[in-house]
Design a protein around this ligand. Sequence first.
Ligand code: AMP
Ligand code: ZN
Length: 114
Amino acid sequence: MENCLFCKIASGTIESEMVYSDEHLFAIKDINPQAPTHLLIIPKKHFATLMDIEDSDQKLMGSVCTVAKSLAKKNDLEVSGFRLVVNCGSGAGQSVFHIHFHLLGGRPMKWPPG
Ligand code: AMP
Ligand code: ZN
């Protein structure tokens, strides 16, 4: 997708701090971290929001969870805990319209979220 920030990061046109990459997903450090660990797990395929996924994307979406688990382990978050968050739509705070999953940890978290 032209003019999509995360498509440009996926293709290497825009630099980022990449912490994980495979055939279908990559993860970067968030540029404006909201917790000591704040990573974004991002499918390489462009979906504007969670509402754009189809049944055929179930395997890909499942792999987001296994990548999150492995990155949580790598960042020593197994005991302290972490959040995996997807903002869907501007009303939920989504600002980049290429689906991404926030992995947040390293500080106490409150509930309900803001
Ligand atoms: P959301 O508001 O859920 O759409 O999340 C978008 C996230 O992307 C925010 O947490 C931003 O800080 C982050 N972000 C924006 N631009 C970049 C960038 N160039 N590299 C890394 N993270 C970014
Ligand atoms: Zn995109």
